[in-house]
Design a protein around this ligand. Sequence first.
Ligand code: 13P
Length: 251
Amino acid sequence: MSRTYLIAGNWKMNKTPREAAALAEAVKGMKKGPATRKMIAPSFVCIPAVADILKGSDVTLAAQNMASVESGAHTGETSVLMLKELGVESVILGHSERRHVYGETDAIINDKVKLALAHGLEVILCIGETLEEREAGRVEDVCFGQLEGGLSGVGSDDMKNIAIAYEPVWAIGTGKTATPADAQAVHQACRGKIAGLYSASVADSVVIQYGGSVKPGNAAELMAQNDIDGALVGGASLDADSFAGIVAFDG
Ligand code: 13P
């Protein structure tokens, strides 16, 4: 297995451009193990300032979302072409806040996934169940549906540019983390689903991150699970010391 750990900070709607630039500078200097990749996803308006700072560094620049079409009359949206020109290399799609607060369906997310891939961006496809769905015993049903829907029409070759982030909705911003064993079980099941959709070798190489209240204190134990290949970090990525503690989980 040659998967690298992808530790990504999703800054959500936090940090002004000046604050984002300062935090990006700090992330650039953070020590990481040889098998770890650092990524940050600032808000759209912070991307130019952050891109300047990250140029030539080992930190991947990501966006938190993008429009499902390339250009046109879409007031308030941001296109893949704009992001690429600014040096964005990766995009988070299907985040639970986009699904549950802004009503994005699997079909919309799938359009975005295919558009991003067509333009050479790497995609982090987020999946995850709500508390209600978990309590109804529907975790796999929901996650598998989101995988199938989000990846519809995506070929095996493009899977090298896809990472999955399993983020149980009930663990996001709540301080409740899935136990490492619970998270591992879902990751393993999702890897199995990807093997079924593609092949064992695609499944073996796809990075599956965990997200939901990841902190320096729980990162190592989560990352030690066989099928957990990184973290998508919200709140704890906004503070340089705590993000550094997660990036150096194996240090
Ligand atoms: P928290 O780390 O704040 O729980 O957020 C997780 C998340 O939604 C990352 O995308």
